[in-house]
Design a protein around this ligand. Sequence first.
Ligand SMILES: Nc1ncnc2c1ncn2[C@@H]1O[C@H](COP(=O)(O)OP(=O)(O)OP(=O)(O)O)[C@@H](O)[C@H]1O
Ligand SMILES: [Mg+2]
Length: 376
Amino acid sequence: MMVRLNNPFVVYGYKGPEYFCDRVAESNKLCATLRNERNVTLVSPRRMGKTGLIHHVFHLMESEEKDCKCFYIDIFATKSTEQFVQTLGAAVLGKLDSFSQSTFRKIQEFFSAWRPTVTFDQLTGLPNVTLDIKPSEGNESLKRIFDYMKLSGKRCYVAIDEFQQIQYYPQEGLEALLRSYIQFLPNVYFIFSGSRQHMMQEMFLSANRPFFQSAMVMSLGSIEMEEYRIFANRMLGAQRRSIGQEVFRRVYEFAGGITWYVQAILHGIYDHADRTVDETLVDDVVRELVEEQSATFQNYCAWLTDNQLALLKAIARERSVVSPLAQQFIHAHRLPATSSIKTALRALEDKMLISRSATDGYSVSDKLFALWLVQG
Ligand SMILES: Nc1ncnc2c1ncn2[C@@H]1O[C@H](COP(=O)(O)OP(=O)(O)OP(=O)(O)O)[C@@H](O)[C@H]1O
Ligand SMILES: [Mg+2]
C-alpha cells in the first residue's frame, strides 16, 4: 500500500523506496551480509539515517526473498529485561505465520506459562500477542521466543534499534545471555543499531564484551552531495522547479551532510512552492525551522543548570571545541572553574545535547538548537 505524499521530502519515518534517497551500496552490503548468515551492527552520528536504512532494507528483502520474515523493534523506551522480552514477543508472535486460530493455539501451547492474550489493532486489524512476564521469568521467556522462531524454520531477520538501551536495565547479564542464544539460531540473523555511538562501539568492539566480533560493524556516512541533489531535483520536478549546485551546497553544508537536516530543509523548500529556489529561500527555511522548535529549545534550557547552559552556549558560539577544559576557552567565554566545567560537560554529553567527534571535538548535537542558542 503506497501512498502519494503531498511533500515528498520525508522528515519522519520510512514512506517507501520512491521517497528514499540513494543508500544503494549500503543496502546491498547489508542485504548481502544478512543473507550470508552474519549479523550487522549499524552505527552513525544521530539522524544520519540508520532507522530509515533498516526499514528500507527490510522492505527490499521482504519483496525479493520469498518466505523471509523481518521484524523491527525499537527498545529505546524499555527499562528492563521483561519489557525487552514483551517488545520482542509482540513483534514476533502472531506475525511469524499468517495469523489464524491454529497459530494462536500453537502460541498458547508453546507459551502457556505466560498466558498469551491476543488483541487486534483497531486501525490496522493486525493481531498483537502479549505475554504476561514476571520479573523473574524474563530470561526463560526470552529463550522460549527464540526457540519458537527456531522451530518455525523460516528465515528471520530481527532489527533491534537503540540496542545500547539494554545496558541501562537493572538486571545484569542480558547482553551475555542474548549473545549465547543468538549463536545457536541457524535461521535468525540480527541488525543491532543504536544512536549512542560510543556505547555501541564499546559493546561490539571491546574484546571483553559478549558481543565482540559477533557482527559486522557498519558505520553509516553522509549521502553523497551530487547524488542527493539529483534525488532532490527528481522531487522538485513535480513543481517544475530545481535546485542548482551552489544552492544545494548551502543546504548540504548547513546540514553538515546529516540526512535529517537536509530532508528538513528540502521539505521546507518544497512547502514554499511559489518561490525561486535560491540561497535566500534556504536561509528563510532554516530560520523557520529554528522558530518552529523554539518552544522545545526553551524547554531544554529549563532543565539545565546555569553552568551547563553557559557551557552549551559557549560551545554553540565556537561551533566546535577541541579542548573545552582549556584555560583559553574558559576565559574567552567567562566560564566558571575547570572542575565545574568538567561536571557540566559530562552532564551535557549524557543528555546527548553535545557530541564528540574524533576530528572536530565537541559540538552541539542539534544544529538548529545551536543556531537558536547563538541568537538568544
Ligand atoms: N536515504 C534517505 N532518504 C531520504 N530520507 C531519509 C533517508 N534516510 C533517512 N531519511 C530521513 O531522515 C530522518 C532521520 O533518519 P533516521 O531516523 O533513519 O536516522 P537515525 O540515524 O536512525 O537517527 P537516530 O540516531 O536519531 O535514531 C528520517 O526522518 C528519515 O525519514
Ligand atoms: Mg534511529
